[in-house]
Design a binder for this molecule. Structure first.
Ligand code: PMP
Length: 496
């Protein structure tokens, strides 16, 4: 099985999953961070933190308050959206209180894709226009209307043609993009590209309904747009009669630490016309929301076409959503995202000073990207090396994934209850893996910082270790001296 692990980790995951089913009864209250089965260890939330993607369970897996809220409401009443229930109103009020006052109308739906699809409908209805501006490498969802505006998916079909109603603006990536950190005003330069795109669309007689972007690009490579970018884009788009949609499906709910919503990082003078939310909203329970202004909502209501969604805003989902907001507040998870996010960034920056393979460390709070390059001048993407890091960390029971157009950006978006010890463990495990890869590539270490102690003994209990040792494939005895060719780590890398 060691060889199987080595050459085909997808098979390995399947084998492990089967082994778990055979050997464990799933009635204990703790989660294993490797395969998310239940095991009898002390702290499920701590252990399960070590899954560093996707940003779905912000308050930690199976948080008892969230489980209880959902179970109680399920045991009381669940209805479809034809019936009003207090939970819906209470949740809308709580959500609204986190947003600028202009964003005052909520539509409850069930997935990020539903939210973005509805956002496009709202925009088209309000503006009377059809065209959408999206960003290079963007992903906004799996339904037809969103695949059309998700260039991220089109990399897999290089010959696929975009519809004439879709316009793709450069990703505002100051590390690898067309205007970089040394540009005097990258925000204005990238926003000017959007203005030019609008001008070209107008020349063809087309009209812009919306500009849609994640407040920080996730699948696109954990990109942090330069400050002021969205304000300037919004000015160009609104002048053309369009609206701005902020996709907060991955980055919302306090993950960026300093703010509850990532669009707020740009400053109080930027308020999108529509905000979409998903993934973390229900801590794993499927629910999502679109929030917009009274004007946009009024136009939709008076269009004559009723909007109906059977499950959107049902009492169970809203009870869960309320519990998630309660826990984020009660446990100061936003503050934790600031503190632990900074700690993790510092540790990763220290690794960058030592490891030439790390080209860039970027992000906000607990949304961090580490871009691996073979050469810091040419920025040649270290794609296979990123996959190798993922494999090796998986052997250490740490789940990480890579993203970006070259799949060379390691993404760190753990549950927001991530601890300093978790951060230190990840950094300590990453360090030797990078050293080993650099030896293979012939890259020399740069500096030798203290990257934190390996606290694995504190976070992985012996019992849990035995659990894995007993059922998993044995680890290779010695370190690999070559880099795997496979690009599939056995963990779906895309779109999360
Ligand atoms: N927007 C973004 C930014 C996403 O990352 C995703 C999912 N990865 C979606 C929308 C679609 O969400 P869902 O998969 O819940 O439909």
């Amino acid at each position: 099985t060691a060889n199987a692990t080595w050459t085909a980790s997808t098979t390995w995951l399947t084998v492990r999953a089967r082994a778990h089913t055979r050997t464990h009864t799933h009635n204990l209250p703790d989660l294993c961070q490797t395969c998310r089965c239940f095991v009898g260890v002390a702290s499920s939330r701590q252990l399960s933190n070590l899954c560093s993607f996707p940003p779905v369970p912000p308050v930690g897996h199976c948080h008892p308050d969230v489980v209880q809220a959902g179970a109680e409401q399920m045991g009381t009443l669940n209805t479809n959206a034809r019936f009003l229930h207090d939970n819906l109103v209470l949740y809308a009020q709580r959500l609204q209180a986190t947003l600028p006052p202009a964003l005052s109308v909520c539509y409850f739906v069930n997935s990020g894709s539903e939210a973005n699809d509805l956002a496009l409908r709202l925009a088209r209805n309000f503006t009377g226009h059809d065209d959408i501006i999206t960003l290079e490498n963007a992903y906004h969802g799996h339904v037809s209307s969103l695949i059309d505006i998700s260039p991220y998916k089109h990399h897999q079909l290089p010959d696929a043609e975009l519809r004439p109603s879709v316009h793709v603006a450069p990703s505002p990536d100051v590390y690898r993009g067309r205007y970089r950190a040394d540009h005097p005003d990258p925000a204005a330069a990238y926003a000017d590209d959007v203005r030019e795109l609008i001008d070209r669309a107008h020349e063809k007689g087309r009209k812009i309904a919306a500009f849609i972007a994640e407040s920080l690009q996730s699948c696109g490579g954990q990109v942090v747009p330069p400050a002021g970018y969205f304000q300037q884009v919004a000015a160009h788009v609104r002048r053309a009669g369009g609206v701005v949609i902020a996709d907060e499906v991955q980055v919302g709910f306090g993950r960026v630490g300093s703010h509850f919503w990532a669009f707020q990082l740009q400053g109080a003078d930027f308020v999108p016309d529509i905000v979409t939310m998903g993934k973390p909203i229900g801590n794993g329970h499927p629910m999502s929301c679109v929030v917009t202004t009274a004007e946009v909502a009024q136009a939709f209501a008076s269009s004559g076409m009723e909007y109906f969604n059977t499950f959107g805003g049902n009492p169970v989902s809203c009870a869960i959503g309320l519990a998630v907001l309660d826990v984020i507040g009660k446990e100061d998870l936003q503050g934790n995202a600031v503190r632990v996010g900074q700690h993790l960034s510092d540790l990763l920056e220290a690794l960058k000073r030592k490891h030439p393979l790390i080209g860039d460390v970027r992000g906000r709070g607990l949304f961090i990207g580490v871009e691996l390059v073979k050469d810091r001048l040419t920025l040649t993407p270290a794609t296979a090396e990123a996959q190798e890091v993922i494999y090796k960390l998986k052997e250490e029971k740490i789940l990480l994934s890579a993203d970006g157009p070259h799949r060379n950006v390691l993404k760190f978006k753990p549950p927001m209850c991530f601890t300093p010890e978790d951060a230190e463990l990840v950094a300590a495990k990453l360090d030797p893996v990078l050293t080993e890869l650099e030896e293979v590539l012939g890259l020399k270490p740069l500096d030798v910082p203290n990257v934190g102690k390996d606290r694995s003994k504190r976070t992985l209990s012996d019992e849990h270790q035995q659990h894995h040792d007993g059922i998993g494939a044995p680890r290779p005895a010695s370190a690999p001296k070559r880099i795997r060719k496979e690009t599939n780590s056995g963990i779906t890398p895309a779109s999360d």
